[in-house]
Design a binder for this molecule. Structure first.
Ligand code: ARG
Length: 465
């Protein structure tokens, strides 16, 4: 034998079988077998509808449905091995069905094509994955809310250009990430709206002559609506790309956060200490405690971006309707989904268990003249135009640098050399606590503002918004 194998479900038109190498190359079962559940549930709904519409005899429909349910249980019990030469999950399951109930099983594929079947399966599969990812995002958001609540008074420097800029609190910083994650959740929900549309009935590309009840199938499977053009129904992978892009943005957020964790865990910052269970050592340097988890999450963002690029590139030149290139969508989106699902729980626990070194954060905020804006604003309130006051304080900062002092360490005598408008109330006005507590506009770091935003955050989570 020269590697030629037995007959396919589509063998009628062929004089000989495919070469073994072609089977290996063409087959997607190694990665699409994970959609077995969705494939079977889709087939059960299709069979039920075929029976209801009188397209196949009702007893055949019932037998197909019960057998498919048995196949599902057998797969879950690990009793079934899929075959590479049956190409993909769709034909594997159909073959198993036919092997169990013969001719009756052969009626299942009436009015359906693998093209609309795969479009259905991937939508069902990703819909489930999205809700799992959403739940993981909610857990991380809750941890952030708790961290924020515990750190309403934890003053730290806020940065621009990674230079100390103005004092904020760690609660404020944590809530910034909370906002990003809320947008990630809302993006996933938005993506689900366009994904949750039922494509069966598109057939191979041109619909079908059978009187299918598409709405019924949609309802059975929990879809909101049905696709409106059969060509588009089988060739659309926008929802896959949209999901990959939501996941890329999400990973970008985790990666930025990871970057900060890595910096903060360094001796130079020492703002946090990672729990031993969420850090690693070095095989040579006994003193090391490395933030590997955060680094790996940061690295995996690159991998998810790669998947998005792969998907965009696979789709960009395809004529309508289905093309086999589209089989390449699965490994990319599965990889993105798996990566995100792996990163989120470990990242969440790393954050949950880390120790916040409040005193170091406070010390850092004391240096770097983070209250310079506030003393400039102090002079503005005493009637000096902001540009002039900016200039005065610039000189004051230079003086402090040359004399190795912070602004609040200047004496009244020294203050008076810069402006006669500075009075004894300046010390209170430029304390770090005042700098933070006076920034109480919506979005600012003041405790009162943050308490409100934590409350809103908790309510949104509770209402599932
Ligand atoms: N395994 C294929 C995929 O993932 C299923 C659809 C195949 N259709 C076809 N006409 N070859 O895209």
């Amino acid at each position: 034998m020269n590697g030629v194998i037995d007959l396919k479900l589509w063998a009628g038109r062929f004089a000989k079988g495919t070469d073994k190498k072609v089977d290996d190359f063409n087959s997607s079962i190694s990665f699409d077998s994970r959609m077995y559940r969705q494939d079977i549930l889709g087939s059960i709904a299709h069979a039920k509808m075929l029976g209801k519409q009188g397209i196949i005899p009702n007893e055949d429909s019932v037998l197909i449905q019960t057998t498919l349910n048995e196949v599902l249980l057998d797969i879950e019990a690990g009793k079934i091995e899929f075959e590479i030469d049956a190409e993909d999950i769709h034909m594997n399951i159909e073959k198993i069905l036919i092997s169990r109930i013969g001719d009756t099983g052969k009626r299942l594929h009436t009015g359906r094509s693998r093209n609309d079947q795969v479009a259905l399966d991937i939508r069902l599969y990703l819909r489930d994955e999205i809700s799992e990812i959403e739940a993981l995002l909610v857990s991380l958001s809750e941890v952030l809310l708790n961290i924020a609540e515990e750190n309403l008074d934890t003053i730290m420097p806020g940065y621009t250009h990674l230079q100390r800029a103005q004092p904020i609190t760690f609660a404020h910083h944590a809530m910034a990430y909370f906002q990003m994650l809320s947008r990630d959740i809302s993006r996933l929900r938005d993506c689900t709206k366009r994904l949750n549309v039922m494509p069966l009935g598109s057939g191979a590309l041109a619909g079908t002559t059978y009187p299918l009840d598409r709405e019924f199938v949609a309802q059975e499977l929990g879809f909101d609506s049905i696709t409106q053009n059969s060509l588009d129904g089988v060739s659309d992978r926008d929802f896959v790309i949209e999901l990959a892009s939501c996941l890329s943005i999400l990973m970008m957020h985790l990666s930025r956060f990871s970057e900060e964790i890595i910096l903060w865990a360094s001796h130079e910052f020492a703002f946090i200490e990672l729990d031993d269970a969420y850090s690693t050592g070095s095989s040579i340097m006994p003193q090391k405690k490395n933030p590997d988890i955060a680094e790996l999450v940061r690295g995996k963002a690159g991998r998810v971006y790669g998947d998005l690029l792969a998907l965009l590139t696979v789709m960009k030149g395809l004529p309508l309707a289905y093309n086999k290139d589209m089989q390449e969508d699965k490994e990319a989106i599965f990889d993105s989904v798996d990566t995100v699902k792996m990163c989120l729980p470990v990242f969440t626990d790393m954050i949950r268990t880390m120790k916040v070194r409040k005193e170091n954060m406070y010390k850092a905020a004391q240096g770097g003249f983070t209250n310079a804006t506030d003393i400039a604003d102090y002079l503005v309130k005493k009637g000096i135009p902001f540009r002039d006051s900016h200039e005065i304080i610039g000189k004051m900062v230079l003086y402090c640098i040359n004399n190795n002092k912070s602004i609040d360490q200047l004496s009244m005598q020294e203050f008076s050399t810069f402006s006669d408008k500075i009075e004894a109330d300046v010390y209170e006005a430029i304390s770090l606590e005042t700098c933070v507590s006076q920034r109480k506009l919506t979005g600012g770091p003041a405790k009162s503002t943050l308490i409100e935003s934590i409350k809103n955050g908790r309510q949104c989570i509770k209402k599932g918004e």
